[in-house]
Design a binder for this molecule. Sequence first.
Ligand code: FES
Ligand code: FES
Length: 211
Amino acid sequence: MGGNRSPWATIVVGTEHVDMLPVGAKEIWSAKVNGEDVEILTTSNATLLDVLRDKVGTLGVKRGCDLGTCGCCTVMVDGQPQLSCLTFAGQVSQCEITTVEGLADGAHLAPIQNCFAKYGGSQCGFCTPGFLISAQSLLNTNTSPTDEEVKTAIEGNLCRCTGYQQIVESIQAAAAIHRGEVEAEEPASSPHPDPHPSGPEEPQMPPGHAR
Ligand code: FES
Ligand code: FES
């Protein structure tokens, strides 16, 4: 090992060894995520997307492009939609962050989620968490949006499947529920206190089925 080696990791570009960015110093990151206080040890230059997916475990936040162009990674920061792939976690420490997991009321889906399911706003579903967050951010401040306002709210979200019309219809249907003009759908069942029970209450698999 030569004495002139860089303290940073390197990558090979052609025949050259080029320094990569230094790893950030470790620091404590704290915020309120979906109503829960979280405190996590992470690097000072970690993105909010990485922290939410890899440390907090909110895997509903999707990594699409990692470049700020698809909207899949959208989360609410203090009520405003924000791309988590372009946000350093440190920029939003102490903030209130809502991911798609925070929209539902326990096991009961929020109106916006039910409407996406009912009106075909979600097909393959990969883009859906980002759309739901952008849509809910709009409905939190405007329950009577015009179609143009809906389209503006979701202009940073890309969908390859739906053609967008069903998404606009889904958001308008949820807006009608928020205005009290339409009853929210009754939940199909009561929320289970523990949706993943273990022990005697664990659901039995038929013989021969892998878990
Ligand atoms: S992953 Fe953030 S905008 Fe695509
Ligand atoms: S539902 Fe498939 S990308 Fe939008």
